[in-house]
Design a protein around this ligand. Structure first.
Ligand SMILES: *Cc1c(COP(=O)(O)O)cnc(C)c1O
Length: 470
């Protein structure tokens, strides 16, 4: 499979290079040159298979011949072995035909483990094969960082630097990153928002000299391989509820639009998806976009669902590319309007096309608490605020009762205990394997929102564990 940039000016690359590169050299994002198609028979054959088996089936056409089939099978089996639930991504019924897809049984208790556990192993495989080293740099609103660190710690061929917005991630999220004592792991708290962290990472990638000198690599949700890995659970959930014969709907707690876009990819590859409900918190750039057709970033406000406190939904560029009929120049024209005027509009036709697949709902703080309380009363489950936003949006935009509605539960309640206590009076317990987390020593630097300072910090430390480690 070959990959093209959404801005049309970067070289066409194969899977290995797209995996290691992240962002395209023209500032765009890589997408497959064409969409592989899964037939109804192939999808039906996924029913009853293990999660790792389905993963291999779905991922194989995207990977092409970059990883031999047997190796891919072994990597996938290994990636999902560490999940605490035998179904890996279990479905739980919470109402008549309403379901929660629990995506938080991985090693850091959020859905990002699904992609990053696989990515860590793919990186290892490709880097050892090529005899290369990379410097992984990423921004996190909380969950990407911990999931990336869990997947990349102690890997021999790379150094990993994770920027998080200081005091804007939960204590559990921060500790999951900062208590990892591996020599190749470097945490940086930035005095700013998640969007500031993301802008710094983008600027480092756009600095060609810095990027080449350190062999930079991105594992943010702009990395295509993450999207690819997330397509899998849309398939397992749909076939478990009667797909592909019966279309299903999903409600997706959304920030950077990586997860919801993976649902779109599943549909482009042949999975019957009735509707994708994009659920946002008060940072509602996408809910406004899908309503009014205008992409207009606002000020980020801090909420109980910090992993969705984003006003620059990077992965939307991938959908825009499709809406522009895969014309990179048209994508660039929109983005230069954004840079110049701070906004751009979809055409009436593009908006109609978006609405053919996507719906959206904005859930405020009170509604989030009410939903945590409601789900607890109704079925005795404690859900986290991100999952509650998905679940509340699913109810607001329910549509036909005959279509199963699957709300993605993206984090474990114990990752965001304060909101759960406020809503229910009950404190969700961390699973036993996390009990030591709150006592372990933390390691991180605090830096200003300053590109030069961050680059110096990284330059000074990249490659250091070559010498210092064991
Ligand atoms: C990252 C994250 C989201 C948002 O996912 P996107 O792919 O960025 O839209 C939602 N919930 C949780 C718990 C997350 O960690």
């Amino acid at each position: 499979m070959n990959y093209v940039s959404t801005r049309g000016r970067a070289p066409v690359l194969g899977f290995e290079d797209v995996l290691l590169t992240g962002l395209a050299s023209d500032g765009g994002l890589y997408v497959p040159e064409s969409w592989p198609q899964f037939s109804a028979a192939e999808l039906t054959a996924c029913a009853g298979r293990s999660y790792a088996e389905v993963a291999v089936k779905i991922i194989a056409p995207f990977v092409g011949d970059a990883v031999p089939a047997a190796t891919l099978g072994a990597l996938a089996a290994d990636a999902y072995r560490g999940f605490a639930h035998p179904a890996t991504a279990p479905l739980v019924q919470i109402d008549d035909n309403d379901w929660l897809l629990e995506l938080f049984h991985g090693p850091t208790l959020a859905f990002k483990d699904f992609a990053l556990q696989l990515l860590g192993r793919l990186f290892d495989h490709v880097l050892s094969k090529r005899g290369e080293r990379v410097t992984v740099v990423g921004a996190t609103s909380g969950d990407t960082g911990s999931a990336a660190i869990a997947a990349f710690k102690d890997r021999a061929n790379l150094e990993i630097f994770i920027l998080h917005p200081k005091d804007r991630v939960s204590e559990v999220q921060r500790r999951q990153m900062t208590t990892v004592a591996a020599a190749n792991v470097h945490n940086i708290a930035i005095e700013g928002s998640f969007d500031d962290c993301q802008a710094l990472v983008k600027a480092m990638f756009n600095d060609a000299q810095f990027r080449a000198a350190l062999n930079l690599s991105a594992v943010n949700s702009i990395n295509w391989a993450r999207v690819m890995a997330q397509v899998v659970y849309y398939v397992t959930a749909a076939v478990a509820l009667g797909g592909p014969a019966r279309p299903v709907a999903f409600a997706v707690p959304t920030g950077n639009f990586g997860d919801a876009y993976a649902g779109y990819v599943a549909s482009r590859c042949g999975l019957p998806v009735a509707r994708l409900v994009v659920a946002t918190n008060r940072n509602d750039i996408l809910a406004r976009l899908f309503h009014f057709g205008r992409y207009l970033p606002g000020e980020v406000v801090a909420t109980m669902s910090p992993s969705m406190d984003i006003q620059v939904a990077s992965n939307f560029e991938r959908l825009l590319f499709e809406l522009c009929r895969r014309d990179g120049a048209a994508v660039e024209a929109r983005l230069s309007l954004l840079a110049k005027d701070g906004q751009f509009d979809l055409t009436a036709q593009q908006l109609a096309e978006v609405r053919g697949m996507f719906d959206s709902a904005r859930i405020d703080e009170d509604e989030t608490l009410a939903e945590i309380g409601r789900v607890f009363e109704r079925c005795g489950r404690l859900i986290d605020p991100h999952s509650a936003i998905g679940s509340a949006a699913a109810r607001k935009r329910r549509g036909a009762k005959t279509v199963p509605m699957i709300a993605l539960a993206t984090a474990h309640a114990a990752k965001f205990p304060d909101a759960v206590v406020r809503a229910t009076g009950l404190r969700p317990e961390l699973p036993a394997s996390f009990q030591g987390l709150m006592d372990e020593r933390e390691h991180y630097a605090v830096l200003a929102r300053d590109l030069g300072a961050v680059q110096t910090y990284i330059r000074d430390r990249a490659g250091r564990s070559d010498h210092g480690h064991n």
